[in-house]
Design a protein around this ligand. Structure first.
Ligand code: HEM
Length: 220
């Protein structure tokens, strides 16, 4: 499991970074300033950590949730009043989602104000922007799943905005999102698949590219 000795020499320290999965996000040699907490505030790592918490709590919530207009609201009420720790699980998921949007945004501000988007990191900045969009879309698609008034009208407003896309594309985008012209059963199933499968997989892939670039661009 461990392919290096205790990190007591420069070589052993280099090997412990090189052979360690978690430390592998950083190159073997990094600038002293970049490991100071006050440089990154650990915001990138925290974003990844929140994504991990959301994946675990999300998988557990899927055990109690059925994406159907007749069952969804009842299942949410069961989570609230019947399933033991159901309300805690749901709140963990909801608050981690809010926190992830905020932390990813703060991470972007950190990167911007430290000028860490400048060459050779401009590609990673673009990957980051895509990750920000995915983080917001993950929150938005999760919004519909409780199937309560807030969810229904939130998605009605959002998909009506999508209808405003010009060149006749608006109706197509809205139809694609809703699986029809109304916020109904098809929309609930589509948002469920987007939220629980498609968007997390794409986000995970982009995070892999993002971490790889952090390493290849010479670390933070
Ligand atoms: C799910 C969202 C994201 C995750 C998990 C993530 C993760 C990370 C991690 C772990 C690092 C290295 C250390 C650190 O700075 O904390 C990093 C660096 C970086 N991130 Fe992100 N990030 C995300 C979103 C973003 C966004 C929204 C942007 C910009 C729009 C961005 C741009 C960058 C850049 C340019 C670097 C290199 C910074 C440097 O070398 O100082 N990332 N990211």
């Amino acid at each position: 499991m461990f392919r290096h000795g205790l990190p007591i020499s420069n070589r052993a320290r280099a090997e412990s970074v090189f052979y360690n999965f978690a430390l592998h996000v950083h190159p073997v040699k990094v600038r002293k300033r970049s490991i100071k907490f006050t440089y990154t505030f650990g915001l990138g790592g925290l974003s990844a950590g929140l994504f991990f918490i959301l994946t675990i709590t999300g998988a557990l919530l899927m055990l109690y949730y059925r994406p159907s207009v007749t069952e969804a609201y009842g299942d949410m009420k069961d989570l609230q009043f019947v399933v033991s720790s159901g309300q805690f699980l749901r709140n963990m998921h909801r608050w981690s989602a809010h926190a992830m949007v905020a932390v990813v945004f703060l991470h972007m501000l950190r990167v911007f104000y430290t000028g860490s988007y400048k060459p050779p990191k401009e590609f990673n900045w673009v990957m980051g922007v895509l990750l920000l969009v995915l983080t917001i879309l993950l929150s938005y698609t999760g919004y519909l799943l409780p199937w309560d008034q807030l969810a229904f009208w939130g998605v009605s407003v959002g998909t009506n905005m999508a209808r405003a896309v010009p060149f006749g594309l608006g109706d197509k985008v809205s139809y694609l999102l809703l699986g029809g012209n109304i916020v109904g059963e098809n929309a609930l199933v589509r948002f469920y698949v987007l939220h629980c499968f498609i968007l997390p997989i794409v986000t995970l892939g982009l995070m892999g590219v993002h971490f790889w670039r952090v390493r290849k661009d010479g670390g933070v």
